[in-house]
Ligand binder design. Structure first.
Ligand code: ADP
Length: 429
């Protein structure tokens, strides 16, 4: 072979080796462009191949992205990561990512790098961005496979905003807890001062009764023993005085009972409303018979209540339903329905009804819509019922059609789970 031929062969071999090397680089994704010598000189061929859309995507995404080698050196980074690090992109590429780790996060970072190179790993830590700013991030690394380049693909998520939201939430929760504690303190304070007031009212009512008893006793003695020696007018005056004193006595008695709802009330316990209701009907038998009233009811549930106080609620609502009657004989119907973990009781009558504007007022002590001559009473029955129901955590209200009747509702906590079968099962009437 001539020297010229040998030289030509050698040149062709070198070009082949160079071409194979270039192909290898392209396959492994390490080159964005290749330089090729041609007749017209050197030409640059940009590789707009299958990975081009991915590169565009990586540049535009909101997360930081990087490709690292096995030692953690940054081979590629997108603009977003450079912004997170507070460093120009050209100063990011070629540096170790660890450079942006604060000293307290370095061992965590190295441990993450080891695990990520074995397959994949995530970690949350702070980056020390340029200017001393700390940026909380999540590093999520995945290795494309042993011996591949790059060794690790990393997505860096900025956690500043979620952390701020967490912090805000934590502060709000703290404030809420403080407000709740303050509310509980105020409720306890209110309960204490209410109990004090009740105690005071109870003592006062008790003490007032002593002199009143004396007035009553002597007035009765006068009526019994000296009625004959008094003229008509004096007798009328005496009668009115006695009636007034008796009314005052009943009012004081009512006040005493009212103030004792909280200070003498027993803790709520399972109570058979059916039995308590039967007791109320027995207590009111005379009134029921005298008025010719019909009282019907559906099966009533077991509730959590102070039995004696529940009896007073039934007695007051029943006696009102009969007392405030219309021209028809009174018809009263009682039932209960479950609602959430409570029972709603209803006492319905066909009486005179109540105007809408009076429906709140009548629950206040001594508020009556009629004179004592028309309908007897002291105006404390509903106030007492409301106090009892509220002491049990319930509510009392009414619906009414003036001239046609009223329905009083009140709620009490269920003993156990309130179920529908009990009350809805036998809607007899
Ligand atoms: P009292 O029955 O002693 O008057 P309450 O506190 O029980 O006192 O009732 C207050 C007022 O509410 C009554 O005077 C009456 O005007 C009105 N009221 C209560 N229940 C009924 C009812 N079922 N129907 C019509 N009015 C009623």
């Amino acid at each position: 072979m001539s020297d010229a031929l040998r030289q030509e062969l050698e040149r062709l071999r070198e070009r082949l080796a160079a071409a194979e090397q270039a192909l290898q680089v392209i396959r492994e994704g390490e080159a964005d462009a290749i330089l090729a010598e041609g007749r017209g000189g050197c030409r640059v061929f940009t590789l707009v191949g299958a990975d081009h859309p991915y590169r565009v995507f990586l540049e535009q995404m909101q997360e930081g992205a990087a490709a690292l080698d096995r030692r953690g050196t940054i081979l590629y980074a997108n603009q977003r990561l450079a912004a997170m690090l507070g460093t120009p992109l050209e100063k990011v590429i070629g540096r170790d990512l660890e450079q942006w780790m604060p000293s307290d996060a370095r061992s965590t970072f190295r441990e993450w790098l080891r695990r990520a190179l074995r397959g994949g790993a995530r970690v949350e830590l702070d980056l020390a961005a340029a200017g001393g700013r700390r940026v909380p991030v999540c590093l999520s690394g995945r290795s494309p496979g042993a011996g591949m380049t790059p060794a690790l693909c990393v997505v860096v998520t900025d956690l500043s905003e979620p952390r701020q939201r967490e912090e805000q939430l934590r502060r709000q929760t703290e404030l809420l807890a403080q407000a709740r504690a303050e509310l509980e303190r105020q409720a306890a304070e209110l309960a204490r001062s209410n109990a004090e007031l009740d105690q005071f009212a109870s003592v006062l009512a008790h003490d007032l009764r002593e002199p009143l008893r004396a007035v009553l006793n002597y007035a009765r003695l006068l009526v019994e023993r000296y009625a004959g020696s008094l003229d008509d007018r004096a007798q009328r005056y005496l009668g009115r005085m006695l009636a007034g004193a008796e009314r005052l006595d009943r009012m004081i008695e009512g006040l005493l009972e009212f103030s004792r709802v909280t200070i003498r009330g027993r803790p709520p316990a399972p109570a058979e409303a059916e039995t308590v209701f039967a007791q109320a009907c027995a207590d009111l038998r005379e009134l029921i018979e005298r008025s010719g009233a019909t009282v019907t009811h559906e099966p009533l549930p077991t509730v959590l209540a102070d039995e004696t106080q529940l009896l007073r609620v039934f007695e007051n609502l029943l006696s009102n339903a009969i007392k405030f009657r219309g021209p028809e004989p009174p018809r009263v119907h009682v039932w209960a329905e479950p609602r959430d973990r409570q029972w709603v009781f209803a006492v319905q009558d066909n009486g005179i009804g109540i105007e809408p504007e009076e429906r709140e007022r009548i629950f206040a002590p001594f508020q009556r819509l009629h004179s004592g001559a028309q309908y007897p009473g002291e105006g404390l029955g509903l106030a007492l019922a409301r106090r009892i129901v509220e002491r049990h955590g319930g509510r009392i209200w009414l619906e009414s059609q003036p001239g046609r009747g009223s329905t009083f509702y009140f709620t009490l906590p269920a003993a156990g789970k309130a179920t529908c079968e009990r009350a809805c099962g036998a809607r007899a009437g």
